[in-house]
Structure formats: structure tokens, C-alpha cells
Design a protein around this ligand. Structure first.
Ligand code: GDP
Ligand code: IMO
Ligand code: MG
Length: 431
């Protein structure tokens, strides 16, 4: 598997961290290509849970390379907190490289995110308030602060000017306070020295690895439906989690990608605002939340739960060019006597089979469900596809049929070991 992209096929939190860690055993390098510490990727190894926000989920393999790509926005305080947490546990880690073209997420971005959200009132996006939107806004407005600036003299002057300008905006537009520019500079100084040795042209690192025939895994954050172009705009994040984003955010061409895998839950969750047709308000939603422990890894917010939406998955298959699906959290549905899959919507009597651009329209859509029998058996100990209950296999096969995608792996628990690898992926992975 020379170049494999792993993308979230839903609204994030699909289990990308788990699947990346699992597949990283066969790769030489793992790259995060977008987002920042709005992400929360959980990896469970031997019952021990690790939560990653900026560092790629391949970090637990010493001898491999982990890359923080140019497409990411990096809060240095959050990064080093995360790294120190890992180092304090005396873990042997992969080699970490940070792109010299990635953008820094600075304290004023966090203040602006908070102020903008408060100002939106009922129109709020429900961001993670980590400063992601304002950091990407600065990047696109050509006002961003790149990591490589820390390698050059005089960065303090520009940071001072930027901090002053943001304070003006915070005060005049939002009536809120910013940090003193001197404080922001001191804060940056604390991390600048430590960051320098990690900085490099990571596109070159990847090109050299690829030239040696090494295998690279591109780890997406967030999910297709949170993509700035293809997601449920404006209830999206400010980057491109979809597969195309991997090339831009890692500095490789499309020819470096051989396989694109979409991670999806056996149901659907969303955190933050913006509707989705299969959302469940009643006891079924509660049961999923409880069994799936559906509370945000980053913010602790309760995730909204619903049945799997195959219209959405078909859309994700198209915009990412998916080659296959990795289905997670099958075990969460173990207790249900019946399981629903949405494969169309209705609106004013008509049937809709394609995901719409308009959020207003989506709000009026009702899901059309297909009901399947549940299996009501514990699947968390199953390791071979043929040992799954017949009803569970039927459910998986139906997802494959409706989306037109091969299901390449199934996850039946949070632990690295609780994974059923289907033959198809074993073949692809050993190519
Ligand atoms: P990510 O953001 O896509 O990496 O996903 P998160 O880590 O935010 O959320 C997924 C949650 O589900 C984490 O708590 C995982 O440990 C957990 N998880 C992953 N796969 C499975 C699974 O197959 N079964 C169960 N029960 N939990 C899982
Ligand atoms: P991982 O990588 C789920 C959501 C927020 C909000 C919207 C915009 O763990 O799957 P932002 O802070 O990015 O401006 O918020 O996107 N969101 C996520 N939801 N998983 C994530 O990451 C998310 N990152 C952002 O809740 O609705
Ligand atoms: Mg997450």
C-alpha cells in the first residue's frame, strides 16, 4: 500500500485514530494533512487509551516517521502538551517532523473563535473554540504566521503588529479583550526554540520516502460532511478533510495516492450545530450514545446520534473517490432488536437520492428507512468475518451493496486488537 488516504466519511469521530493506528503497522510513515487540535483521535492499545489532537496516530510505532503536514494549523502549546503527555509515559515514539510551511495557531485565533461564536447567537456553528476558523482565515487572507518564520530573525515585530491588529478587532467589533502583544511574543518564545529542530520541508521527506518505496498513510481529521467545500456548509470546519486535501496538505501529487479508504460508524453521530435527517431524539439515540460512549474526545460534548445514512455515504464515496469502507463500532448496535439504514429521503412526496447543497432543503427531508433484523449478540470478541452473527453480516453486506463499495475492515471495539480485517484489504495492503 504505497499511498493510502484514510478519511472520515461522516461528521468526524468515525474512529479514524483507531483505524490509522491499526493500518500504521503496515506503513512506514503517517501524515496528518489538515485541521489542528479541533481533532480528537483515540487509540487504544492493550486497554490503555491515548487521545491525540495534533500528533498523527502512527506515533506509537518507534522507527516510523510521523509528519505534521503543511495543511495543518498548529497551536504550539497544545502540541507540546500532547507530546509531553506521551513522553512522560516513557513511551517509545515514532520520529516526528513538522512542516516548515504549516501555519501557527496563535492565542488571538482562539479569542476570535470564541468572540465570533458568541456573536453568532442562534446562528452559531458550534465550533470547538480552538481557533481553527480564524487561523485558516488568516492563512487564506495571506496574514498567517508560518512555522518557518520562527527560523528567521525579526518574527517578534510582525507578531506584535498582528496581535495589535487582532486586539483592535476584538475590542471594536466584539467588545472583548485580547492579550497584550508582549504576552503573545513571550508565549511564542517559549515554544519557538523547542519547535525549531522538528521543522523541515516535509514534502521532501515524503518524496524521499516514496522514492525508497516506503508506504505512506495519510490521516484525515474531521470528516467529509465537515469539509469546507463538500460538507454541510456553513456547519463545517475550515479545511479540506476530503481525499483531495491530502495532496495539498501533505505536499504530494495525486499520483502518490493509490488507495482511499473511508471510515464510517455503523450508525451516525454529529457534534456541533447543523441538522442531519437520521437524527434520533428518543430512547434509541440515547442507547447508541450510552453504548458508544458518544461524548467528544476534544470538548466532552454529548454527540448527537442517529441511524446510518447511506445517501451520505454514497456522496462521500463520490467526492473522495473511495475504494473501500472501514466500518467501526458495529458492537454498539449489538443490543438492538432491529436496525435501520437510510437509503433515500422524501420531500413533498418526491424521493431524493443525492445529498443536497442547501441546508434549508436538507432540514425538510425525511429519511426513508430499510429495516433489518438485529443480532442481539456480543460481537466485541469476534475476529473473523465468518464468526459474526448472520444478521450482522447481512447489515454489513447491505452497506456494501447500497454504496457500491467493498467493506475492507470492521471494528468491534476500541482496542487495536478488536478489528476484523477482510481479505480484500489484506491483499491491497500487501501490494
Ligand atoms: P476519530 O476522531 O475519528 O479518531 O474518532 P474518536 O476517537 O473521536 O471517536 C471514536 C471513539 O470510538 C473513541 O472513543 C474510540 O476509542 C471508540 N471506538 C473506535 N472504534 C470502536 C469500535 O469499533 N467499537 C467501540 N465500542 N468503540 C470504538
Ligand atoms: P475528529 O478529527 C467531530 C466540528 C465542530 C463544529 C465544526 C466546526 O476528531 O473527527 P471547528 O472547531 O473545526 O471550527 O468546528 O466542526 N468538528 C468536529 N466534529 N470530530 C472532529 O474531529 C471535529 N472537528 C471539528 O464540532 O461542528
Ligand atoms: Mg474525534
Amino acid at each position: 500500500m504505497p499511498g493510502v488516504v484514510i478519511v472520515g466519511a461522516q461528521f468526524g469521530d468515525e474512529g479514524k485514530g483507531k483505524m490509522t493506528d491499526y493500518l500504521a503497522s503496515r506503513a512506514d510513515c503517517v501524515v496528518r494533512y489538515q485541521g489542528g487540535n479541533n481533532a480528537g483521535h483515540t487509540v487504544v492499545i492493550g486497554g490503555h487509551e491515548f487521545r491525540l489532537h495534533i500528533i498523527p496516530s502512527g506515533i506509537f510505532y518507534p522507527g516510523k516517521v510521523c509528519v505534521i503536514g503543511n495543511g495543518m494549523v498548529i497551536d504550539p502549546e497544545a502540541l507540546f502538551q500532547e507530546l509531553d503527555d506521551l513522553l512522560n509515559q516513557r513511551l517509545k515514539l515514532a520520529r516526528l517532523c513538522i512542516s516548515d510551511r504549516a501555519h501557527l495557531l496563535l492565542p488571538y485565533h482562539v479569542r476570535l473563535d470564541e468572540a465570533e461564536e458568541n456573536c453568532r447567537g442562534a446562528e452559531r456553528i458550534g465550533t470547538t473554540k480552538r481557533g481553527i476558523g480564524p487561523a485558516y482565515t488568516d492563512k487564506v487572507a495571506r496574514l498567517g504566521f508560518r512555522t518557518s518564520e520562527l527560523l528567521e530573525p525579526g518574527w517578534e515585530k510582525r507578531l506584535e503588529a498582528m496581535a495589535l491588529e487582532k486586539n483592535h478587532i476584538l475590542k471594536q467589533l466584539y467588545g472583548s479583550e485580547g492579550d497584550e502583544p508582549e504576552q503573545v511574543i513571550d508565549w511564542m518564545r517559549r515554544y519557538a526554540e523547542r519547535m525549531r529542530p522538528f521543522l523541515t520541508d516535509t514534502s521532501l521527506v515524503l518524496a524521499e520516502l516514496a522514492a525508497e518505496g516506503k508506504h505512506i498513510l495519510f490521516e484525515g481529521a474531521q470528516g467529509t460532511m465537515l469539509d469546507i467545500d463538500h460538507g454541510t456548509y456553513p456547519f463545517v470546519t475550515s479545511s479540506s478533510p476530503t481525499a483531495g486535501g491530502a495532496c495539498i496538505g501533505a505536499g504530494v501529487g495525486p499520483t502518490a495516492v493509490n488507495l482511499v479508504l473511508g471510515v464510517c460508524k455503523a450508525y451516525l453521530t454529529r457534534v456541533g450545530e447543523g441538522n442531519f435527517p437520521t437524527e434520533l431524539d428518543g430512547p434509541d439515540g440515547e442507547e447508541i450514545r450510552k453504548r458508544g460512549r458518544e461524548f467528544g474526545t476534544t470538548t466532552g460534548r454529548a454527540r448527537r446520534c442517529g441511524w446510518i445514512d447511506l445517501v451520505m455515504l454514497r456522496y462521500a464515496a463520490r467526492v473522495n473517490g473511495l475504494n473501500g469502507l472501514l466500518i467501526t463500532k458495529l458492537d454498539v448496535l449489538d443490543s438492538f432488536p432491529a436496525i435501520r439504514l437510510c437509503n433515500a429521503y422524501t420531500c413533498s412526496g418526491g424521493t431524493i437520492r443525492e445529498f443536497p447543497a442547501s441546508q434549508r432543503l436538507l432540514q425538510t427531508f425525511k429519511p426513508v428507512y430499510e429495516d433489518l433484523e438485529g443480532w442481539q449478540q456480543d460481537t466485541s470478541g469476534v475476529r473473523r468475518y465468518e464468526d459474526l452473527p448472520a444478521a450482522a453480516r447481512r447489515f454489513i453486506e447491505r452497506i456494501g451493496e447500497v454504496t457500491g463499495l467493498p467493506v475492507m475492515a470492521i471494528s468491534v471495539g476500541p482496542d487495536r486488537e478488536q478489528t476484523i480485517m477482510l481479505q480484500e484489504l489484506s491483499r491491497q495492503a500487501h501490494k
